[in-house]
Every structure is written in structure tokens, then in C-alpha cells.
Design a protein around this ligand. Structure first.
Ligand SMILES: NC(=O)c1ccc[n+]([C@@H]2O[C@H](COP(=O)([O-])OP(=O)(O)OC[C@H]3O[C@@H](n4cnc5c(N)ncnc54)[C@H](OP(=O)(O)O)[C@@H]3O)[C@@H](O)[C@H]2O)c1
Length: 280
């Protein structure tokens, strides 16, 4: 039986992968932060060399896009988790001959292409978070030419707060709901990624960069309208601009990911319906 080490299993994506992999034939190792501090170089090395997994899936990371744009302490954390850890995992997985998968982001692109990005497009991040994600990709591939970087975007799924659960709660409350129209991307269901990993990626073991998202790109306002349609509250969702939010980090205007390597996963609206029916 193959041994899979899943890092970040308490997060949005990691928890979905854990849910899908637990009943599979893989032996799954899911150390949480109390068992394995991922900022500790020695703990990570010892854990991996003690357990000798066949596959390492890294869902851990620093994702506070606005905080790390300006605060030095947060930038150090982002660098440690998004870049240094990925570099270390790439080296260790190569050393023990384990297949290494880590996750990248649509925020490696500047959003100025005006249409969907494919894997061979040249990244040009416009915020600090995106820069760390790009540095991670470079480190992963430089240190392990069999590593796989899965770029994905706009995740929603069970077990953790996310855009869908938060809009859903707001729709049920008396508070007004306002969402931006000037950022377009691909909402993606964490359980769809998890199933793709289990059924396809671990069978075929591709390497390099791969874009993996649900189909049917929308802007955030359209995404919120799709949630409202299913929640059927009849509540209005105000359309606003990113400038109204005064966020610290700039986001790409259009960071749609499509793939020159694989077919897109199903329309996000089908996944959204499943998620809302089963989990909200
Ligand atoms: N969310 C999105 O929309 C999105 C979009 C594009 C790409 N991605 C990428 O997808 C991956 C997963 O994202 P996510 O949204 O699932 O992340 P998340 O929910 O923020 O989860 C991060 C995970 O990392 C763990 N972690 C953080 N610091 C740690 C430390 N020092 N020691 C041990 N564990 C630590 C967290 O543990 P605790 O629970 O203990 O904090 C958690 O399990 C990331 O690479 C992210 O860049 C996400």
C-alpha cells in the first residue's frame, strides 16, 4: 500500500483531500500543527525521513494576501511557508524518491492578458503573496524535476469558512451584501480537486505546472449571484468595484486559468449546488 503524507490537512483544500483519501487504499499520514510545525526545518526533515512516504501532498501555506502585502513579520511567515517549506519538501521528496505535489495560485499572473491563462504563459505577480507563490514554483521545479505544481483558484468546500459559506450566511442575515465585479476567475470546488488527485494524478504522476479549476469563469459578483440563486433568499447583491474595498493588496483583474494539458473539471455551478445541498 502506498503511503501518502498530507500537509495542511486542517485547511480548506487539505481537509477535502483528507476526506476523499481516508476511505481509499492509500495509507494516509495527516500530522497537524501540534504534531509537526512546518516552519521547523528539522522537524519536517525528521518526520519525512522517519515515515518515508511514497507521496507528499503539500496543502499548507500562508494565504493572508492583504496582511503580507505590508507587514514585515507577515512577509517573513509567507516566505517561510510558501517558499522555504516548498523548497525543502522538493529536496526531501527527491532524496527519498517520493512523488511531490504542491499547490500554486492564479495570483502568479498580473491579470492583464484579457483572456484565460495557460500553463506556458509567463507569470508576473502583482502582489507579495503572488510573488511568494511564484518563487515556490521555481524552487519546487529547480529542486525536483518530477514535482507537480497544481495552480488553482477561488476555492470553496466543506469544513472551513470560504467565500460561498460567508455569502450564504450574509444572505440569511439582515446585513447588506456587496461584491466586486472587476475581478474574474474560476471558482473551484475542493472536493473536485481531491477526486482528481486520487483518480487521475496519482495514477499518471504528471510533473511540471498544471492548471486545475472548475469550468465557467465568472466575476465575484456573478459568483455571489449563483450562490443566491441556490439559496433563493430573493436578497439583492450590490455590485461594487475593488476600489470601494480599499484592500492592501491589488488583485489581478482577470486571472482565469485554463489548461493546455488537461480538460477543465465540471462547471462550478454543478459543484456549488452539491456543496450547498450537502454542507450548508
Ligand atoms: N484558498 C484559495 O482560494 C486558494 C486559491 C489558489 C491557491 N490556493 C492554494 O491552495 C493551497 C491550500 O490553500 P487553503 O486555502 O486550503 O489554505 P488554508 O485553508 O489557509 O490552510 C493552510 C493549512 O496550512 C497549515 N499551516 C499553516 N502554517 C502552518 C505551520 N506553521 N505549521 C503547520 N501547519 C501550518 C494550516 O494549519 P492550521 O489549521 O493549524 O492553521 C492549514 O492546515 C495553498 O497553497 C494556497 O496557496 C488557495
Amino acid at each position: 500500500m502506498n503511503k501518502v503524507l498530507l500537509l495542511g490537512s486542517t485547511g480548506l483544500l487539505g481537509s477535502a483531500i483528507k476526506q476523499v483519501f481516508l476511505p481509499s487504499d492509500f495509507e494516509l499520514l495527516v500530522p497537524d500543527r501540534s504534531e509537526l510545525e512546518l516552519r521547523s526545518f528539522h522537524q519536517v526533515a525528521d518526520y519525512i525521513e522517519d515515515h518515508m512516504p511514497d507521496v507528499i501532498i503539500n496543502c499548507a501555506g500562508y494565504n493572508l494576501v492583504d496582511q503580507c502585502e505590508v507587514e514585515e513579520y507577515e512577509q517573513v511567515l509567507a516566505e517561510e511557508l510558501n517558499v522555504d517549506l516548498v523548497m525543502q519538501l522538493a529536496k526531501l521528496s527527491k532524496k527519498i524518491n517520493a512523488y511531490f505535489i504542491t499547490f500554486g495560485s492564479d495570483y502568479v499572473f498580473d491579470g492583464k492578458k484579457g483572456q484565460a491563462y495557460i500553463e506556458s504563459d509567463v507569470p508576473n505577480p502583482i502582489n507579495y503573496y503572488g510573488q511568494t507563490k511564484l518563487r515556490a514554483e521555481i524552487q519546487a521545479l529547480q529542486n525536483n524535476d518530477k514535482a507537480l505544481i497544481i495552480r488553482t483558484s477561488w476555492l470553496f468546500g466543506p469544513h472551513k469558512n470560504n467565500f460561498v459559506s460567508s455569502i450564504y450566511k450574509k444572505l440569511e442575515s439582515d446585513n447588506p451584501v456587496a461584491v466586486v465585479t472587476d475581478q474574474t476567475g474560476c471558482p473551484t470546488y475542493t472536493l473536485d480537486i481531491a477526486n482528481y488527485l486520487l483518480n487521475t494524478v496519482l495514477e499518471e504522476k504528471p510533473s511540471g505546472v498544471m492548471h486545475l479549476c472548475n469550468d465557467n469563469p465568472v466575476n465575484w459578483h456573478q459568483f455571489a449571484l449563483a450562490i443566491e440563486e441556490l439559496a433563493a433568499t430573493g436578497k439583492m447583491i450590490e455590485a461594487i468595484s475593488s476600489k470601494d474595498l480599499k484592500r492592501l493588496a491589488t488583485r489581478p483583474e482577470c486571472s482565469i486559468l485554463s489548461s493546455e494539458r488537461i480538460k477543465p473539471m465540471r462547471n462550478f455551478k454543478l459543484a456549488l449546488q452539491e456543496y450547498i445541498t450537502q454542507y450548508l
